[in-house]
Design a protein around this ligand. Structure first.
Ligand code: SF4
Ligand code: SF4
Length: 395
C-alpha cells in the first residue's frame, strides 16, 4: 500500500469511501456481512482511511462502518465524518449532530472531520454566526475530539477562495474536491488544485472515477486502454492518473463489492506513473465524455424530490439514450411505474439547487420524457418480434 504523510499521520493513499456500500437484493438495505468483510479486507491489506457522512445510505453508513470498525483496535484506522450543513433544515444544531455521529460511529473522536459539500448555497449556512457551526467545530478540535478539520466542496473557484480567506480559513487543514481526468478541465479541477497548493492545503480526492463512469467506459475506450496496459482495469487508469499528484494525500473510492476492493487495493500497492502518451489517451477519452451529463450518482437530490423520482437512474438513462437509441435504458424506463418516469417531474427545481454538479435536472427530465415518447417501446418490439417469429415458422 502506498502511504502519505500528513500532519503526523500515516494515511493510506486509498481511502474507503462508504457512500456506495454493498446492498442486499432489495437494492436499499446495506449488506452488513459483506460490508464487514470489506472493512476487514481493507484493513488487512493496508487501507487505514475510512470516510462516512450523515447522508450516505440515509445515516446507515455511519452505523454500519462504526459497527464494523469497532471490532478493530482504534489505532488501526483513521475515521472521517462530516457535518451536513448542505442539507436543508429548519435549524442546525452542530453539538447534537456531532454527539450523535460519535455515538453512531462508536468512537470518542474523529481523526478527520469535514464541513460537507460547501457550495454557493450551503456557504450561507456554514458561515452564518447564528448557526455557530464553524465556531463549534474549531472548539471541538481544541478539545481533541477532532484531530484534523477540513471541508469538502464542489464550489466554483471564487467561493473556494472566499472560504480560504474567511476567518475560519486558517483552521482548514485539508480540502476534499472532485478530481479525475474528466473534471481536470470540465470542472476546473486544475485551477482548484493550483489555488489549494498556493495555500499549502493538501487535496483529498472524491469521485476519482466520477461515480463509476470512468470505470465503465464504452468498448472503444476500454479497448484503447487495454491495448496500452493489458493488465490494468479501466478503474486503475483513473487512479494511476491521480497518483501523479504530490498534493493528493487520499483518494476515496466508493467501493461496492469485493472485486472492486481487490482491484483498487492492487492498484495502490505501488505507483506506476502514466507516460505522456498514456495521459494523452485519457485526455482524448475525457474529450469524448464531455458531451454527457456529469451525474455522479451521489443521490443528494433524491430526498428533496416531491415526486420521489430516482433522479440518478433517470439521468443515466438520459446519458445512454441521448447518444443513440439503446434497448437497455428503454427497458429500465418502461419497467418503472408510470409515476416514477421522467414525465412526473413537476419542474420544482428542488434538485437543481442541491446538485453538486449543477445539473439542470428538470430540463434533463423534460428531454428524457420526449426521448421516451418518440422511441420504440420494448413491449412493442417484443410483440413485433413474436409476430415475425410466428411468420417465419408459418413460412
Ligand atoms: S424538478 Fe423534478 S426531479 Fe427535480 S426535485 Fe422537482 S420533481 Fe423532482
Ligand atoms: S443529479 Fe446531481 S445531486 Fe442528483 S445524483 Fe446526480 S450528481 Fe447527485
Amino acid at each position: 500500500m502506498i502511504y502519505n504523510e500528513f500532519a503526523g499521520e500515516r494515511i493510506s493513499a486509498l481511502g474507503f469511501g462508504t457512500m456506495r456500500l454493498p446492498l442486499k437484493e432489495d437494492g436499499k438495505t446495506i449488506d452488513r456481512d459483506l460490508a464487514f468483510k470489506m472493512v476487514d479486507y481493507a484493513l488487512e491489506n493496508g487501507v487505514n482511511y475510512f470516510d462516512t457522512a450523515v447522508p450516505y445510505h440515509s445515516g446507515m453508513s455511519e452505523i454500519v462502518i462504526g459497527d464494523a470498525l469497532s471490532r478493530h483496535p482504534r489505532e488501526s484506522f483513521l475515521l472521517a465524518d462530516k457535518f451536513p450543513g448542505h442539507q436543508p433544515a429548519d435549524s442546525y444544531d452542530p453539538a447534537a449532530t456531532f454527539e450523535t455521529q460519535l455515538r453512531r460511529c462508536k468512537v470518542d473522536c474523529f481523526d478527520f472531520y469535514l464541513m460537507h459539500n460547501i457550495t454557493e448555497s450551503s456557504w450561507d449556512v456554514y458561515s452564518n454566526p447564528e448557526h455557530g457551526i464553524l465556531k463549534y467545530f474549531v472548539e471541538q478540535k481544541k478539545l481533541g475530539r477532532i484531530k484534523h478539520l477540513g471541508f469538502s466542496s464542489h464550489a466554483e473557484l471564487e467561493l473556494l477562495r472566499t472560504i480560504l480567506d474567511s476567518e475560519y480559513g486558517e483552521h482548514m487543514e485539508f480540502c476534499q474536491i472532485q478530481l479525475n481526468y474528466l473534471d481536470w478541465t470540465l470542472q476546473k479541477a486544475r485551477e482548484k488544485c493550483d489555488l489549494l497548493a498556493s495555500r499549502n492545503i493538501p487535496v483529498w480526492v472524491m469521485e476519482p472515477l466520477r461515480g463509476g463512469k470512468l470505470a465503465n467506459l464504452c468498448e472503444r475506450h476500454t479497448d484503447m486502454l487495454k491495448g496500452l496496459r493489458p493488465d490494468e482495469s479501466t478503474a486503475a487508469w483513473g487512479f494511476r492518473w491521480l497518483q501523479d499528484f504530490p498534493e493528493v494525500k487520499v483518494v476515496l473510492s466508493g467501493m461496492s463489492d469485493m472485486n472492486q476492493m481487490v482491484d483498487n487495493i492492487k492498484t495502490f500497492e505501488e505507483r506506476k506513473p502514466l507516460t505522456g502518451s498514456e495521459k494523452d489517451a485519457l485526455a482524448q477519452i475525457a474529450e469524448d465524455l464531455k458531451s454527457s451529463v456529469p451525474c455522479t450518482g451521489c443521490r443528494y437530490c433524491c430526498d428533496g424530490c416531491p415526486m420521489a423520482l430516482d433522479i440518478p437512474t433517470l439521468v443515466a438513462a438520459y446519458n445512454d439514450l441521448s447518444v443513440q437509441f439503446s434497448l437497455t435504458p428503454m427497458m429500465r424506463l418502461e419497467s418503472m411505474p408510470e409515476e416514477k418516469r421522467p414525465h412526473s417531474c413537476i419542474g420544482c427545481g428542488a434538485c437543481t439547487g442541491i446538485c453538486p454538479q449543477k445539473i439542470d435536472v428538470p430540463k434533463i427530465m423534460e428531454d428524457l420524457a420526449a426521448i421516451y415518447d418518440r422511441s420504440p417501446k420494448w413491449s412493442e418490439i417484443c410483440v413485433q418480434r413474436a409476430a415475425e417469429a410466428a411468420k417465419i415458422k408459418e413460412d
